[in-house]
Write a protein that binds this ligand. Structure first.
Ligand code: HEC
Length: 144
């Protein structure tokens, strides 16, 4: 007689257990799936962008720190120029787009000019960094 009411409760416990087990398995499977998808994703274009962002940030930081001799800023300018050659390989889907190629060459031209006559003081470095930043923005407005 008194076993009757306890029966549905034991079912409820079992369902709760199965539900929680399902939840755990589900979240583990989700994490594994997301990791697998991320591992397959090509990180090259992000890497190119983030490294460029870092070097541009370094130029701005050096202005703030008043370290603006050629030896201070040339390494960052050279790195940016080298990586500007990687814009097309980094975005193979966009590389054939004429406007994309134009933005990429604009950035290279800006950096070539900066390397040909490097800025001599912090005001010059600030202007150069701003000019490079404009070439980033130009492409981002059209393609990001
Ligand atoms: C010729 C085109 C082009 C130029 C020049 C360019 N970018 Fe980009 N950038 C892109 C595109 C396209 C994306 C969007 C990538 C995406 O979301 O798949 C992007 C995205 C980014 C991102 C976000 C990356 C991510 O995927 O989360 C950063 C940061 C960035 N760019 C920094 C820069 C900086 C700094 C410069 C200049 C020094 C620059 N970019 C110049 C095309 C360009």
């Amino acid at each position: 007689m008194n076993t009757q009411p306890s029966k549905p409760r034991s079912h409820a416990t079992r369902y709760l257990f199965l539900f929680l087990l399902g939840l755990v398995i589900g979240s583990v499977a989700t994490v594994m799936a997301v990791r697998a998808i991320q591992a397959r994703k090509d990180h090259f274009h992000e890497s190119v962008m983030y490294v460029q962002e870092w070097h541009l940030g370094q130029l701005k930081k050096k202005v703030e720190q008043n370290r603006c001799t050629a030896t201070d800023v040339l390494p960052n300018l050279k790195a940016l120029r080298t990586m500007a050659d990687d814009l097309e390989p980094a975005f193979p889907d966009l590389a054939d787009d004429k406007r994309f190629a134009e933005h990429a060459s604009k950035m290279r031209a800006r950096l070539d000019a900066a390397l040909a006559s490097p800025p001599l003081n912090c005001a010059g470095v600030a202007t150069t960094a701003q000019g490079i930043g404009e070439t980033c923005k130009g492409c981002h407005q059209d393609f990001r």
